[in-house]
Design a protein around this ligand. Structure first.
Ligand code: 3UK
Length: 528
């Protein structure tokens, strides 16, 4: 395989506009309300960049981008890159406290927000010690526009095109994404223009194999690194057409896009694939036109992949990526696929499996996975300790355990920290436990991952109640509701067990592994 080297002078937005200069009339994006041709996209990106400049934003200023998937999202993201302004793209399912932290930590000078998220962002700004000067509302409802806020479309309409992009290099900071860890605040993961180029040149060009005539649809949103590659970097690198959806990716919402939009390439996560297969509304093979799918975020159970391919006749390429590496670095391929594994290293990336002493493990032995490649983040902003623990010279520590067999196939063997992946998204047991303990009836709590009937990870809480409080199913429901109200939807415990005390070390640390063992023992059939 040949991998295109990253040019030294690179503005990734300018690069994408140049690549598609001859496709002015071709559709780049289709969303729930309309569409954008490549020509319109280029004009909008240059005008949005001009609007940012007229608002007083300068190169390297940070802008929080908190918006649902629509054609405004790529315009905002690429407009920032074009101007050298740094978008900080955040999950739209978080709460005001999270956004307040991010606005402060990123010292955001502006916020771009969807109308539906405006109230949460306003409360975040109120809580934050950093006050962004500009508030830009996408798909704004004029009746409720706060004083001083700008409508995205008005800015675009008034914007003077910025004629030339900021002269950035491949190593210049392009954008940030936040990634959560087992303890502490989310980490501002800093990516460069070159990192975007590298994901397109490696996974995009050599594994995914998008074509100009493809129509893509990603259930994973643009604010995830996975979705950003799927619905921006890769399709725009080949001049394909992208379908965007603002809604939460339920099986029904996804079916509608597959049937109405006829995408040829679909990007999902295992929980969604399982939900689609379990749904009575699963569309017949003839009604869709997908030729290839990908899965990431958590391991794809073998049976799900096989069942899906048998039904639709299109393979699901499972691959592992991370926010730190920006996209997938270990993956199955259409011509080399083994369900139940993560495949083989993506050309352009080096992988290592090491034991506790740092020595390489042999075939069929479990080791910690390290990866080296041109798309790794520069650092976690303002966090030397965690940066040093993850970015080790050229190598990045993934926090995952893997086994490689003699033929070179990699199989996922769990995380090396307590983090869980539920519905493809991180859940920190510590964060959920803290939330549970805020409930008036809860004394203590511990969260672990359990495997459901599909082979997917769900979370389960062990809860110790305060003295005099009686355990009941109704209380379990109430506690789940309590967490749902406070944390992102994928974080609430799917099951709750009440116990009398938690296993702990002499220093008082919860021994989650003992709870996991307890759970395993309960699942095993009794020995005769
Ligand atoms: C886990 C997987 C088994 C693994 C991501 C594709 O998921 C992405 O990024 P995150 O930062 O999480 C990274 C962690 O998720 N994981 C991801 N994919 C798989 N485990 N099989 C898989 N196929 O623990 C990894 O360290 O949220 C995925 C592209 C870009 C991404 N950021």
């Amino acid at each position: 395989v040949s991998i295109e080297p990253t040019p030294e002078r690179l503005n990734f937005a300018q690069h994408l506009l140049d690549l598609n200069a001859s496709r002015a009339d071709k559709l780049a994006y289709i969303d729930d309300a309309g569409s954008l041709s490549y020509g319109q996209l280029a004009g909008a990106v240059r005008r949005f960049a001009g609007a940012l400049e007229s608002l007083g934003l300068r190169r390297e200023d940070r802008v929080l981008l908190c918006a649902h998937d629509s054609t405004d999202w790529p315009v905002a993201f690429l407009g920032c890159l074009y101007a050298g302004v740094v978008p900080v793209a955040v999950n739209t399912l978080l709460g005001a406290t999270d956004y307040a932290y991010m606005i402060e930590h990123a010292r955001a000078r502006a916020v771009i927000v969807s109308q539906a998220l405006l109230a949460t962002i306003e409360s975040a700004v109120q809580q934050s010690s950093v006050k962004p000067e500009s508030l830009i509302v996408s798909r704004a409802d004029s009746a409720t526009l706060p004083i001083g806020a700008k409508r995205f479309e008005d800015l675009l309409a008034a914007g003077m095109e910025m004629p030339v992009a900021a002269t950035t290099g491949r190593d210049d900071i392009a954008f940030w994404l936040y990634s959560s860890g087992s303890t502490g605040r989310p980490k501002g993961t800093v990516h460069t223009h070159g990192n975007l180029f590298a994901t397109a040149a490696t996974y995009g060009a050599n594994v995914l194999g998008l074509r100009e005539d493809d129509v893509t649809f990603s259930a994973a949103k643009l604010f995830f690194a996975y979705g950003l590659g799927n619905a921006l970097t890769f399709p725009l690198s080949v001049g394909a057409t992208v379908i965007l959806m603002a809604e939460r990716p339920t099986p029904d919402a996804v079916f509608k896009r597959l049937v109405d939009g006829q995408p040829s390439v679909f990007f999902g996560v295992p929980t969604l694939y399982a939900g689609m297969l379990a749904s009575a509304a699963l569309p017949a093979r003839e009604t869709v036109r997908i030729r290839r799918c990908t899965s990431a975020g958590e391991a794809l159970p073998k049976e799900i992949g096989e069942k899906f391919e048998a039904h639709f006749g299109a393979p699901i390429l499972d691959g592992i990526g991370s926010t730190e590496m920006l996209h997938i670095f270990l993956s199955n391929r259409a011509d080399e696929l083994r369900y139940g594994t993560s495949g083989k290293p993506v050309p352009g990336y080096e992988l290592q499996l090491l034991d506790d002493s740092g020595a390489p493990v042999g075939a069929d032995e479990v080791g910690d996975l390290y990866v080296k490649g041109d798309s790794s983040a520069l650092m976690y902003w303002g966090n030397r300790e965690k940066s040093r623990a993850t970015f080790l010279g050229g190598w990045t520590k993934t926090g995952d355990k893997y086994v490689r067999d003699a033929q070179g196939w990699y199989t996922y063997a769990g995380r090396s920290d307590d983090m869980l992946k539920v519905s493809g998204q991180y859940v920190s047991p510590f964060e959920v436990e803290c939330c549970l303990m805020q409930h008036e009836f809860v004394l203590e709590a511990a969260l672990i991952g359990i495997t459901d009937g599909d082979g997917l990870t769900k979370s389960k809480a062990f809860v110790v109640l305060r003295q005099g409080v009686e355990a009941s199913d109704a209380l379990a429901v109430e506690i789940k509701r309590f967490v749902k109200e406070r944390l992102a939807p994928h974080k609430y415990p799917r099951r709750i067990d009440f116990i009398f005390e938690l296993p702990k070390t002499p220093t008082g640390k919860i021994q989650r592994f003992k709870l996991r063992d307890l759970e395993m023992a309960a699942l095993k059939p009794a020995t005769p």
